[in-house]
Design a protein around this ligand. Structure first.
Ligand code: FES
Length: 135
């Protein structure tokens, strides 16, 4: 084998051996877009909501129970000035304690001063876990 051929095959081999590492690095970005656990269905059933301030996707407020067909999940940071909104179960809306903004179950503004909706997440029960995913 000539020296040039040897260098060629060694180079090709090193590229091939680093390929799995490169693929793993790329797939970790995909995981960030996947479903993330924010609590258990037992926690959700206890109060009808879970506030996960430090979830992998950011702050999340999930509303409903394990029996709810479509769980609601929003980023509870008010779009006006960032106060944490609370869920009003009877009125079925999120209200902000700071300046009175109100948001529907879909996160849309019902009453200002906020003008932009709350960020929403897809949410579901998976096994015993409550999981969310950015929409
Ligand atoms: S911070 Fe929510 S209404 Fe102002």
């Amino acid at each position: 084998m000539k020296r040039r051929d040897f260098i060629y095959w060694v180079g090709l081999g090193s590229i091939a051996s680093s390929l799995p590492v490169a693929l793993a690095a790329c797939s970790s970005q995909t995981i960030a877009g996947d479903w993330q656990t924010v609590g258990t269905s037992a926690e959700l059933d206890k109060t009808g909501q879970i506030l996960a301030k430090n979830s992998p996707v950011g702050p999340v407020l999930v509303v409903g129970t394990s029996k709810t067909e479509n769980l609601t999940a929003v980023n509870p940071a008010c779009s006006h000035a960032g106060c944490t909104v609370t869920w009003q179960a009877e009125a079925k809306k999120f209200t902000c304690p700071c300046h009175g903004s109100e948001f529907g179950v879909d996160g849309k503004v019902q009453r200002g001063p906020a003008t932009t909706p709350l960020k929403t997440y897809a949410a579901k029960i998976e096994g015993d876990s409550v999981v969310v995913k950015p929409t």
